[in-house]
Design a protein. Structure first.
Length: 313
């Protein structure tokens, strides 16, 4: 009946917003209604947004316009979390997402319900983080002490990391979705229930978030390949550049495309880009190439293609 998303990293605010929009576009069930959203800014401020109906489509407004992205200060925040489900939940919606300068606690099911000590379990987790415990330690302290809590939670904050944990009660449900993804600079956790497809949605949502925070690197350069460029058989796929970064030769491992006429991937994804014997990087895009008798005739219907390549590791 809910989905919780938490993200830590560059543009985490934009990441969780896009992740929710992806869940709404693909998922069916308890989605597209209320949403409560919070970010923690670099100077320790909590900025919130909420809506009772429409999910990501009504969460942020710009004048008379709804459906836009979060404002820059929110989008660029390094810590962000949200919880969303069907429409019209009890006010205040802030009860579903605990937040302070120590961090953010979101989740699914009922993280606002009192735990064994009488406090809402999300507030108890936030309090543990305020004491200096990590996100993982805080979740374990609260949920291990209250295995029958009807909640799964995601906790995150500065110097506290990010973690997700379902109570023993919730972990036994048959309709759960869970995912955690991380890169060098970013991490995201997703928990949901009562949204289909149960097992497959969370990994997709997490992938959308992580790519927003850690997008593919900008190209180190472009290899210019033109009509007439010759092909040669080689043990490795390569694009050999001249001093002007225009390809003089394309090397391929596929002997079949060296004779006759073929529509193919003559410049294969990941091909080495070489100039004067020096490796510059590897291609990150492959055009559809028409070849005839060992020469390039067209590149994605054009006479020239600028093929980006990433720097060598």
């Amino acid at each position: 009946m809910t989905i919780g998303i938490g993200a830590a990293g560059p543009n985490a605010g934009l990441a969780v917003f896009r992740a929710l929009a992806a869940a709404e576009a693909v998922g069916h069930g308890a989605i597209g209604g209320f949403a409560v959203f919070a970010v923690l800014t670099a100077d320790g401020r909590v900025i919130r947004a909420e809506t009772q109906r429409g999910g990501s489509a009504t969460l942020f407004t710009d004048g008379e316009t709804t459906g836009g992205p979060p404002p820059p200060e929110v989008a660029s925040a390094r810590f962000a979390a949200l919880m969303s489900s069907g429409p019209d939940r009890p006010a205040p919606l802030s009860q579903f997402l605990a937040a302070s300068e120590a961090g953010l606690v979101t989740g699914h099911r009922l993280p606002n319900m009192p735990g064994s000590d009488g406090r809402p379990v999300n507030e108890a987790v936030l309090s543990a983080m305020a004491e200096g415990l990590s996100a993982e330690q805080s979740l374990q302290r609260v949920l291990n002490a209250d295995p029958d809590a009807d909640a799964g939670m995601i906790a995150l904050g500065p110097s506290r990391g990010i973690a997700a944990l379902n109570s023993s009660l919730v972990a036994a449900r048959p309709d759960l979705g869970t995912a955690t993804r991380a890169s060098k600079e970013a991490a995201v956790c997703v928990l949901h229930n009562a949204i289909r497809p149960a097992a497959d949605l969370a990994p997709l949502v997490a992938a959308i978030a992580i790519e927003t925070m850690a997008p593919p690197s900008s190209p180190a350069g472009h290899a210019v390949v033109r009509t007439g460029t010759p092909l040669a058989l080689s043990e490795a796929n390569q694009v050999i550049l001249g001093p002007d970064d225009v390809a003089m030769l394309v090397k391929t491992t596929d002997a079949r495309i060296l004779t006759g006429r073929h529509a193919c991937a003559a410049i294969y994804l990941g091909a080495a880009v070489v100039r004067n014997g020096q490796l510059l990087g590897h291609t990150t895009m492959e055009p559809n190439v028409l070849v005839e008798d060992g020469h390039i005739i067209r590149l994605s219907g054009q006479s020239e293609a600028r093929i980006p390549f990433a720097a060598k590791e």
